[in-house]
Design a binder for this molecule. Structure first.
Ligand code: ATP
Length: 297
């Protein structure tokens, strides 16, 4: 009976983790050796990216047949630009990221990266091009060095140090008696939310992907730490194509473009200033959040 329960337990754990956000789902699947729902086409070529644009072309998708979550969604993220997806809870924001990673295939429509249909290339080559920075980062019970180098097999020390520096976690690591060899997690040092996130940013920098997905889970960083992290992320996003999934609008107001999703449809798009001038859904959400933040202060 235990043998029956253990895998279920494991799946439960992974499911809970995955539900919290997009926490390294590809790695999770690989770790527990679960077969993913989607399969590579026989003889599929690798995705080759020179200009990392993203196109959602008329995407229809539902997790179950009866309920459509995305109703013919189309949008484009130009190479090197930053686009934020906002909208009410359940609008389908995280679903967009899951489809971009090809954890599911759409019922119809195509998703293109640099003009190539992601359903026709190998999943491995697709995921190699995309880095996720979740706000609630999960670290492995291993050393800080391992957690950073995990971004890419065979990463050398120099790469690791450079990544830690760019993620603004190097001074912290250098102060630890064992430096990069310090054990973290349950067995070792407990890191704060902000430190964990910086380790995740460093891991992404080691991977050095042309496309970044920033997934803002309902994290509990204090606002100063959050501002610091946002500044770091902004530097990291430069020269990369960035798709940010945001709950709080203050974190994405300076994106090149904002997509406002409502019940699986694009309600409005524009810059922060344009959307405020329009005075519709985004402007309402903005006013509400500003009032809430003022109330908290
Ligand atoms: P939030 O802001 O609350 O995170 P979201 O806009 O990211 O929401 P999604 O997570 O994309 O929303 O979910 C869109 C819809 O799809 C929701 O109604 C949700 O219940 C449903 N959904 C999400 N994941 C699954 C799943 N694995 N199976 C079935 N339905 C799902």
């Amino acid at each position: 009976l235990m043998q029956l329960f253990r895998p279920l337990d494991m799946l439960g754990m992974v499911y809970r983790t995955v539900r919290q956000g997009l926490i390294d789902m590809a790695e999770m699947f690989r770790l527990i050796d679960t077969e993913a729902e989607v399969k590579d086409a026989p003889g599929a070529p690798a995705l080759v990216v020179s200009r990392p644009s993203i196109t959602f072309d008329n995407i229809v998708f539902g997790y179950e047949n009866e309920r459509t979550i995305l109703h013919g969604l189309s949008f484009e993220v130009e190479a090197g630009s930053s686009v934020a997806i906002v909208g009410p809870s359940g609008a389908g924001k995280s679903t967009i990221a899951r489809l971009l990673f090809r954890f599911y295939d759409p019922a119809s429509g195509r998703i293109l990266i640099d003009g190539q249909d992601i359903a026709r290339v190998t999943q491995e080559s697709l995921r190699a091009q995309i880095g996720i920075v979740p706000q609630d980062s999960v670290l492995f019970n291993d050393t800080i060095g391992y957690n950073i180098a995990y971004g890419r097999e065979g990463a050398d020390e120099e790469t690791m140090v450079a990544a830690a520096r760019a993620a603004a976690i190097l001074p912290f690591i250098e102060r630890l008696p064992d430096g990069f060899d310090t054990e973290v997690g349950e067995r070792g040092l407990k890191l704060s939310g902000g430190e964990k996130q910086r380790v995740a940013i460093a891991r992404t920098l080691v991977k050095d992907p042309p496309i970044l997905v920033l997934d803002e889970a309902t994290s509990a960083l204090d606002s100063r730490t959050e501002q610091d992290i946002l500044r770091t992320l902004k530097q990291v996003s430069e020269h990369r194509t960035t798709l940010a999934i945001a709950h709080r609008l203050s974190t994405i107001a300076d994106s090149d473009r904002i997509l406002v999703l409502d019940q699986g449809r694009l309600a409005e798009t524009g810059t922060h200033a344009e959307l405020l001038r329009k005075g519709e859904l985004y402007a309402e959400m903005w006013a509400r959040q500003q009032a809430e933040e003022a109330a908290v202060e």
